[in-house]
Design a protein around this ligand. Sequence first.
Ligand code: GLU
Length: 391
Amino acid sequence: MTDQTTSAALRRIAPSRTNAMTDRAIELRAAGRDIISLSVGEPDFATPAHVIEAAKAALDGGQTRYTAVAGTAALREAAALHFARDLGIVVPPAQVIVTAGGKQAIFEALLATLDPGDDVLIPSPWWVSYPEIVRFAGATVVDLPTKAAGGFRITAAQLEAAITPATRWLLLNSPGNPTGATYPAEELAALGAVLRRHPRVLVLSDDIYAPLRYGAGAHATLSVVCPDLADRVLTVSGVSKSHAMTGFRIGVSAGPAWLIAAMGKLQSHNSGNPCSIAQAAATAALAGPQDFLGEWRERFRTRRDRVVAAINAIPGLSAPLPDGAFYCMVDAAPVMDRFGDDEALALHLLEHGVAVVAASAFGGAAGFRISFAADDAALDEALRRIATALG
Ligand code: GLU
């Protein structure tokens, strides 16, 4: 009989619960059930036509072979343009790596730098994959809990208290998934003042939702607010969320040369280059017109407002207004005694035709996350179903 024991590293992790719920919704739909999926963070907008044309041209032009592992020269240049234009991060293309989605960049950066005994600080609620990747790497997750009342942001004092000689990384995600938490420049400067005293700590700045900010002012990011720390910040971005290109699987990251090289070394043995066609499409996305992004953001803002208003009108549910991204964290504590735990609540909502992700998947409790990157009619119907399910 085959020994089916998996590695100790794999046994330390759970499957992605955002992906699991989305797969479940797809299965149920295939079986004929009417399910509205608000479980995955994926814009419903059509991928822009010029991006599709670029993908077709790449196919027709024979761009069907290996590219450089870290990405084509054209995409690394377009990514460097994006970092400078949209985030204010000025780096040469050599300090950019292209990955199969932002997720692969995070995986590579952590796997390439963590050893057993290292700690990684993660503000919670967190994106599902952060702690799992840390555990897979054999390092220890240190939870920095945040609350809705504090805008789901950590404070400088909280950071200072959590750092020890074992701390290797701080993971920052602004605007954040699943809370929409968005750090203003002055709060990043305060975090930077703490980090300055602890030179061993690296920072992963996950800026994938940067174009989706609903407040006033420009996007703030650590390596711009604290340029002296830029040599230990990896900034992750991509086209999935901004340009409605989730299926293309293209992420772009900028960081210090040694870390980009370390990630490339790992990538050379893992996926090799990201898909050549998808890279051509992403080049068009990042180097081409950006004017539609403002209109998309305003549509997301309208959806955010109607979703949060509808949630707060359902007895037992409440949600703060997220500052960015396209998620809303719903607190369902007053109704939890009817369900036991939030996974049971999410399954109950699925029975009523709405797929959401339980808050515990994000290190939260007693609630669920809604992605409002769905069309207005679907959102309205989903909220009606949630109200009925809890009525
Ligand atoms: N990041 C998205 C989400 O949180 C996509 C799914 C995933 O990779 O987790 O829904």
